[in-house]
Design a protein around this ligand. Structure first.
Ligand SMILES: [Zn+2]
Length: 329
């Protein structure tokens, strides 16, 4: 018997993550009915709900109370599987509630982020959970806009005129790849999936007193990118909303119950970490070897790569979004 190989990793059961409510100047003081949360006029409004930040707490199972980032340090193999290039948490998933316009900003790509000492840049995408009629976001620049015009627009406060505006409707997905000048405007509620990186360079902030990073933003931005609405791919057992170098986002019909084995797509080589987000309704994730976990509306569960067998049950109108990291080739 060969005893030299690595010991098999123990399994890690699916678990809930507690959302973190993060204050932002452009946010909202009443998150109902999306989250049962209000803040009074003296506190900063809530702009972002972090669903998978390193500081988010594990909310069920034997690791409850641990920060997600700490769990990645302890159990990265069990969480990510054998194919991950690093043990760090790869994806940051948020829900964005904008009551005012966010800054006009850009994120660096991996190469530029590494130049500034960070492990990765930030490509992100927005899945539209809700939108008022006429709601818009800005994703990229109008064709033909030059760097000189961008500099001028920042000085004159007219940068908005150079932005490519997109009308958004519920169910749509918009890619914002690294280097894309972008801004979220009020009128929609977005599920944002992004590389786990906090480098944001602001070009313009509507006169708010926050720091701008114009030179770095000009270095990071690209006049043309792949940003824009992504055509969904409808398959018999799922709809692939996006499948990029960094992440894949799918809408998964559960019907009554659905076995965990059926969640990975046939195209996925070795199933790794997956997050299950309830865009609406409620569900339960259960298996023989762990306590069932209840997925509430707008809640998120992590399904580790080395999860024991489980099923997902629809407890009523469950609209399930599955988010998985991809590794760039
Ligand atoms: Zn952004």
């Amino acid at each position: 018997m060969d005893l030299s190989g690595p010991a098999p990793q123990p399994q890690l059961a699916p678990f809930l993550i507690e959302p973190r409510f993060v204050g932002r100047v452009w946010g909202t003081r009443d998150l109902r009915p999306w989250y049962d949360r209000t803040v009074n006029d003296d506190s900063e409004p809530i702009g972002e709900i972090w669903l998978t930040g390193d500081e988010c707490l594990v909310a069920s199972g034997p690791h409850a109370g641990l920060k997600l980032g700490e769990l990645f340090e302890k159990r990265s193999q069990a969480l990510l599987g054998p194919n991950a290039p690093s043990g760090e948490s790869p994806l940051l998933i948020k829900v964005i509630f904008a009551n005012e316009k966010l800054s006009v900003q850009v994120h660096p790509d991996d190469k530029l982020a590494q130049k500034y000492g960070q492990p990765r840049g930030k490509t992100e995408c927005w899945y539209v959970l809700a939108a008022e009629p006429g709601a818009q976001v800005a994703a990229g620049l109008k064709p033909g806009v030059t760097l000189a015009e961008i500099r001028e627009g920042i000085q004159a406060g007219t940068l908005e005129q150079s932005l490519n505006l997109l009308a958004v409707a519920p169910g749509e997905l918009i890619l914002v790849d690294a280097g894309t000048v972008h801004a979220i405007w009020p009128g929609s509620i977005l599920l944002e999936t992004q590389q786990n990186c906090d480098l944001t360079y602001r070009l313009y902030d509507y006169g708010r007193p926050r720091k701008l990073h114009i030179e770095k933003a000009l270095e990071a931005l690209r006049l043309q990118t792949h940003a824009g609405r992504v055509q969904p791919k409808v398959l018999p057992d799922r709809t692939i909303l996006i499948d990029t170098d960094y992440f894949r986002v799918e809408r998964i019909p559960v019907k009554a119950t659905r076995a965990g084995e059926s969640l990975p797509d046939q195209g996925e080589p070795v199933p790794g970490l997956a997050y299950l987000f309830a865009a609406a309704g409620a569900g339960q994730v259960r298996g023989l070897s762990f306590e069932p976990i209840d997925l509430q509306a707008r809640g998120i569960a992590a399904i580790p790569a080395l999860s024991p067998r489980f099923v997902v049950e629809d407890l009523g109108s469950l609209d399930l979004i599955r988010i998985t990291p991809n590794w760039p080739k």
